[in-house]
Design a protein around this ligand. Structure first.
Ligand SMILES: *Cc1c(COP(=O)(O)O)cnc(C)c1O
Length: 431
């Protein structure tokens, strides 16, 4: 399979190149040349397959030309070392729980798959992954790449600006993970990473890769759990295609769901749930895409003012706003509504939402039409936002064992200034 750039000014890339580059040379996002269709027999038998079997079949369709089945299936099975179960929580509403991975958020799936794909394509010399984080991405990437041979990860995070739980998740790991505590803000971290990528002299000395969420190896495998979730509904006797509602920030997760549908998965329609960062919602109203600076909300992993995967959605639907509107509707859930939704859902159903899942639940509940059934994604475990959720519900939130484990580790990080020359010297000394 070849991958082209949404900006149309870069050469097409092989899967290997697309994964190693992340972004195309013209700053566009890679798109597969064609979207493979799964055969009717697959959908007919899907309800009798388990998560890993379904995922292997989906992976074969996308990556089978480029990776022998034996290796690909090993990568899929190692990626999915945990479940992504679907439960019914009220009459027409199911929750797809994506927080059973090592860092308790859905980004684990993409990060684990990408790490293994990079290792598979590595030709001997170590690959160095640079990732700037304001919290969650760093932990998913660090844990996803932990112990993967031939890959080293440098996590840059702003000193004093990530939560203690988040900090533990990438500073206590050791092995091939190095945490760099930057005396600056998130933008400084991102600027350091960008400078490194533009430093041709440095890149001649060491292979640098970004683990940004726009990487095809991070977003495509997320489609696995949408197939499995629809199979779960089938197993529960639901025969009509569900509505799928995804709490969205950079729109990578919903993009994977859209790709699943294009591969043939029967989905009635999609709802993109936003917090108060409503750029996509506004686009649906006006047909004009206008990025804006992001604003802080309770669902902070969705505080994105210029969702990078919009370019993929635009491309997928023929660069036409009406085509997009036919498949996807939008919703905006502000902080007050997030709070009320967490309280109301807990009272009515006994299910405890996190602030991101609350956006999804609210948008689905308000958006379902009579006769429709729907699935929303719970993208993180409520314990990741323990203080916030406890303040909203007046109840203790249990911290799962694997999250508590991180808190016991010893913090190891390298303190650096925000000057590029210090960062560069450090990278060079680590070769
Ligand atoms: C990253 C994240 C999101 C947003 O996902 P996108 O793919 O960027 O749209 C939603 N919820 C949580 C908990 C996240 O970490």
């Amino acid at each position: 399979m070849m991958y082209y750039s949404t900006n149309g000014k870069a050469p097409e890339a092989t899967l290997k190149k697309a994964v190693q580059n992340g972004l195309a040379e013209d700053r566009g996002l890679y798109m597969p040349r064609r979207i493979p269709q799964l055969p009717y027999s697959f959908f007919a038998g899907m309800a009798d397959m388990d998560f890993q079997e379904i995922s292997c079949a989906v992976a074969d369709a996308f990556f089978g030309e480029d990776i022998p089945a034996e290796d690909l299936h090993r990568i899929v099975r190692e990626t999915l070392s945990f479940d992504c179960p679907t439960y019914q929580i009220e009459e027409n509403i199911w929750v797809l729980e994506l927080f059973h991975g090592p860092t308790l958020a859905f980004k684990d799936v993409g990060a684990r798959f990408m790490a293994r794909l990079l290792a598979y394509f590595s030709d001997g010399s170590p690959v160095n992954v640079l990732v700037a984080t304001s919290g969650d991405t760093g932990s998913a990437v660090a844990n996803g790449f932990l112990g993967v041979e031939g890959v080293r990860v440098f996590v840059l995070y702003p000193k004093g600006k990530v939560s203690p739980i988040q900090e533990c998740q990438f500073t206590t790991l050791g092995q091939n993970i190095t945490a760099l505590e930057i005396d600056g803000c998130f933008d400084d971290c991102q600027a350091l990473v960008k400078n490194a990528f533009m430093d041709t002299e440095l890149r001649a000395r060491m292979t640098l890769t970004s683990a940004n969420s726009i990487n095809v190896a991070r977003f495509l495998p997320q489609s696995f759990y949408y197939f499995n979730s629809c199979a779960s509904l089938r197993r529960a006797g639901v025969s009509e295609p569900p509505v799928i509602c995804v709490p969205s920030g950079n729109f990578g997760n919903i993009c994977a769901a859209l790709f699943a549908a294009e591969m043939g998965l029967p989905v009635r329609r999609f709802i993109a749930a936003n917090n108060s960062n409503s750029v996509f919602y506004d686009f649906l109203q006006t047909g004009v895409y206008t990025p804006r600076p992001s604003i802080q909300t309770l669902a902070n992993a969705m505080d994105v003012g210029d969702p990078s995967n919009f370019a993929r959605i635009w491309e997928l639907y023929g660069r036409n706003a009406d085509n997009i509107r036919q498949r996807i509707s939008g919703a905006v859930v502000d902080d007050k509504t997030i709070e009320r939704t967490i309280q109301q859902c807990l009272e009515d159903t006994g299910y405890l939402l996190d602030p991101h899942g609350a956006c999804g639940y609210r948008a689905l509940k308000d958006g379902l039409k009579p006769g429709e059934k729907g699935i929303f994604c719970e993208t993180a475990h409520p314990a990741k936002f323990k203080e916030k959720v406890e303040a909203i519900t007046w109840q203790d939130v249990d911290v799962p064992e694997r999250l508590a484990e991180f808190m016991k580790g010893t913090k190891q990080s390298v303190a650096l200034s925000r000057n590029y020359s210090d960062f560069r010297d450090f990278l060079v000394s680590s070769i």
